[in-house]
Design a protein around this ligand. Structure first.
Ligand SMILES: Cc1ncc(COP(=O)(O)O)c(C=O)c1O
Length: 381
């Protein structure tokens, strides 16, 4: 196969704007949580139309704190998907609760809402869905089930900015939503996360808990006379965001629509061109009322060897990935909860066949066509 230029799977979309904004924070000498973090929170909440946004150090921290304020604890059960990154279930473990997996819908790769009610027990306290790749879950069904069974709805929106459901952004519909700003995400601050909620009491508690349970952070205290005095109002964690991250986040938020347009355009080209290959199924196209965030572009091979397919693309200088190895296939989740191979057949079958193709705003249409041509050659051979 002729050699192509290297096409990376993912790259952050950073330019001089972020470099300048971060330099200004460094020069200001106020580098931890301060004014920039507050600005970022306000701008993020305003963008989504959420009442509150609370900036934290990661999405994992956002999930953990959300579970804490929702009063999920030891012996409780939280329904989630096995088809996700380990952070989703790991956060449930942090509060001493059990992640109860429910299989996915084979088309969307999101939790199959038709199977949730069978998994509800008297110990169930919350549902924690994940909008895989940025495709919004069936929020109407999730809201109905959570309301009917008096459960909290906490969504893992790590992939889902900006995703919409019935013209409302993901991050405004459940009790609490957790976003990731990790290096490969649609909006990145290197590491970082955000919790959105419309619940005033949750927001107040989250602001205190993310910084050791201290009633006023350093920025709030520096304008006071007794700068050193503070109270510990509640249990706390070291989960605050720095102004260095927030300055970067503000720049990324300004570019969010533009990067989404680029992702959507590339995804559309993949959708049209890959539909010509019967050996591949492309992601379900979001029709009204859902808008895909296009964080990942996941195809499924109808047959053949997925690992060999990924290897052949790698030989053609095209970097791909696989999302996800279902959690119940890992030793840890099997040892802890007795999950076994065969428990979630849709997740397992998807895992055997999925490939995530390069998708990020730094690519060009030409790059996308190089990937498509390479896929054609691999399928021919
Ligand atoms: C679905 C999902 N949830 C949670 C996380 C954790 O995010 P973070 O690295 O910001 O803690 C990730 C990270 O990739 C993820 O993909």
């Amino acid at each position: 196969m002729a050699e192509n230029r290297f096409i990376p799977f993912s790259r952050p979309w950073i330019d001089d704007t972020e470099i300048e904004a971060v330099s200004q924070v460094l020069a200001s000498k106020w580098i931890s949580t301060g004014n920039r973090t507050r600005e970022f929170e306000r701008a993020f909440a305003e963008y989504l139309g959420a009442k509150h946004a609370i900036a934290v150090s990661s999405c994992t921290a956002a999930l953990h704190l959300s579970l804490v304020v929702a009063e999920i604890g030891s012996g409780d059960e939280v329904i989630t998907t096995p088809y996700t990154f380990t952070a989703t279930a790991e956060a449930i473990r942090y509060v001493g609760a059990k992640p109860v997996f429910v299989d996915i819908h084979p088309d969307t790769l999101n939790i199959d809402t038709r199977k949730i009610e069978q998994a509800i027990t008297p110990r169930t306290k919350a549902i924690l869905p994940v909008h895989i790749a940025g495709f919004p879950c069936d929020m109407d069904a999730l809201l109905d089930i959570s309301q009917n069974h008096n459960l909290r709805l906490i969504d893992d929106a790590a992939h889902a900015i900006p995703a919409e459901y019935k013209e409302q952004y993901i991050g405004t519909l459940g009790d609490l939503s957790a976003f990731s700003f990790y290096a490969n995400k649609n909006l990145t601050t290197g590491e970082g996360g955000m919790i959105t909620t419309n619940n005033d009491a949750f927001a107040k508690l989250l602001r205190t808990m993310r910084l050791h349970g201290i009633d006023k952070d350093a920025w709030a205290r520096q304008s006071q006379r007794n700068i050193w005095r503070y109270d510990i109002a509640t249990e706390g964690y070291k989960y605050n965001m720095t102004d260095i991250q927030a300055a970067m986040g503000l720049c990324q938020l300004m570019k969010l629509n533009k990067q989404h347009e680029r992702r959507r355009n590339f995804a559309q080209i993949y959708q049209t061109e890959l539909a010509k290959f019967p050996q591949i199924s492309t992601p379900v196209s979001p029709d009204n009322p859902r808008e895909h965030a296009w964080h990942l572009y996941i195809i499924q091979l109808q047959n053949g060897n997925r690992d060999a397919f990924v290897e052949s693309l790698s030989e053609a200088n095209i970097e791909c990935s696989v999302h996800y190895i279902p959690l119940h296939l890992f030793d840890f989740y099997q040892d802890q909860y007795g999950y076994q191979v065969g428990d979630f057949p849709c997740a397992e079958s998807a895992f055997e066949r999925v490939v995530s193709l390069p998708l990020h705003p730094g690519l060009t249409e030409e790059d996308i066509h190089i990937v498509i041509d390479a896929i054609g050659k691999v399928l021919e051979s």
